[in-house]
Design a protein around this ligand. Structure first.
Ligand code: CTP
Length: 400
């Protein structure tokens, strides 16, 4: 699995196993995570900050205040930044501090401040690891909800052999991946996604439509479902194969049909994503028979379709989250924000129609996401699956 976008704090304490922190850091970075190292002073006797900083691409933090630069490192900010905190290796001394609530360095202060889950990978010599005080401390920190990555058995630095070796970095990586896979932030939530184009008939064989493929909407559906949501799709005609065992699929053709289905489901939904490219107009008259050419001009009279997002935005309750899309060719930011207010979106995802590889039909996309409250996030050019992950992260922020 990709750890892209995951922020991981790695704590390192004074133990011979600190050399393995370099390998762990490299594995996490290679998997796409952002890694920030926090080391105790003792840890730096075992592994150099230069090694860790080079591998993590960030300076290693070990003190609250850097006299040389006058820089203050805020342990509260660090704690809030992280999605996961791994302390590897965890020495008996730092374990004792964690068990007691001790706070005498940046690492212990960060531990006490962080709100994210914590994994602890102890590393000790054979008898230390079995000492009743260490066992009691491990039990105690486990009772706080910390995940203990049990030491492995093998040859120890002292020459003894037995349990005490820090879990191998490859095994820690497996635990991290499993942790993020099992994190289901949308468990029990109901999500509705409108997707694909609509088709507005002109006559029995012709229609007005657009190039929407439904790929972005479907990528979102898969991502929400993977995080535990029950997902209803209200989809216009798309060529994608939709997995009906994973999603409740409602197939529609016109904007009016899409509106009727979406309206009937709306009240039960926690999150609604308006990813459909709804035709704004439809022919006023639909010919009963195929329109024949008569050698002269043909004038079509189009009338406006219902605006699904606008209508449902008017009946949206305070605990429902609406996410809209905007495709703009000029004054992109201003137009997207105006749309957010008019349609009562909590988030609007702006696709630029002018960038290469972006929008309709492509498998990639590049977006800017605006929050009602003013925050903004900008993505790189990424797969639609990766963009879906980014959008979900922003939806989570609205929900929390
Ligand atoms: N939308 C909708 N129903 C419509 C038109 C749009 O639900 N009839 C939703 C889209 O799914 C999208 C958002 O509204 O989430 C913005 O759509 P867009 O077509 O970009 O904007 P419009 O409101 O149609 O404005 P304009 O044509 O001026 O760009």
């Amino acid at each position: 699995m990709n750890l892209k976008g995951k922020r991981i704090l790695v704590g390192v304490t004074g133990s011979i196993a600190a050399y393995k922190t370099a390998i762990l850091t490299r594995l996490l970075i290679k998997s796409g995570a952002e890694v920030q190292l926090v080391a105790t002073i003792a840890a730096l006797d075992f592994i150099t900050p230069l090694t860790l900083a080079t591998l993590s691409k960030r300076p290693v933090l070990s003190v609250f205040f850097e006299k040389s630069s006058g820089q203050w490192h805020n342990h509260v900010e660090l704690g809030l930044w992280a999605d996961l905190f791994i302390v590897a290796p965890l020495s008996a001394n730092t374990l004792a501090k964690f068990a007691q609530g001790g706070c005498d360095n940046l690492l212990t202060a960060t531990y006490l401040s962080c709100r994210c889950p914590v994994m602890l990978a102890p590393a000790m010599d054979l008898d230390m690891y079995q000492h009743p005080s260490v066992r009691a401390n491990l039990e105690k920190v486990a009772s706080f909800g910390n995940v203990i990555l049990d030491a492995e058995t093998g040859e120890l630095a002292s020459g003894l052999s037995g349990q005490g070796r820090m879990m191998e970095p490859e095994h820690i990586l497996e635990q991290v991946i499993e942790f993020f896979n099992s994190k289901k932030d949308f468990q029990g939530k109901k999500v509705m996604i409108t997707m694909g184009p609509t088709q507005e008939a002109l006559d029995p064989v012709r229609f007005l439509s657009n190039h929407s493929s439904g790929k972005m909407g479907y990528a979102l559906a898969k991502t929400f479902e993977a995080q535990g949501a029950s997902v209803s799709l209200v989809t216009g005609p798309v060529a994608l194969k939709l997995d009906e065992s994973r999603f409740q699929v409602h197939r529609v053709t016109t904007a009016a049909e899409m509106f009727e289905v979406a309206k009937s489901l709306h009240a039960q939904m926690d999150v609604v994503v308006f990813a459909a490219a709804v035709a704004d107009f439809r022919p006023q008259n639909v010919a009963d028979q195929k329109i024949k050419k008569a050698g002269e001009e043909l004038t079509l009279r189009l009338i406006p379709n219902v605006d699904i997002a606008l209508e449902l935005g008017e009946i949206k309750s305070a605990n429902q989250i609406h996410v809209g899309f905007a495709l703009e060719t000029e004054q992109e930011e201003g137009n997207a924000k105006t749309k957010m207010v008019r349609k009562n979106f909590d988030l609007v995802v702006l696709n630029s129609a002018t960038e290469v590889g972006v929008g309709f039909k492509h498998d990639t996309n590049q977006v800017r996401i605006f929050h009602k409250g003013g925050n903004e996030v900008q993505s790189a050019l990424l797969s639609k699956d990766a963009i879906a992950e980014i959008i979900l992260e922003e939806v989570k922020k609205v929900a929390s």
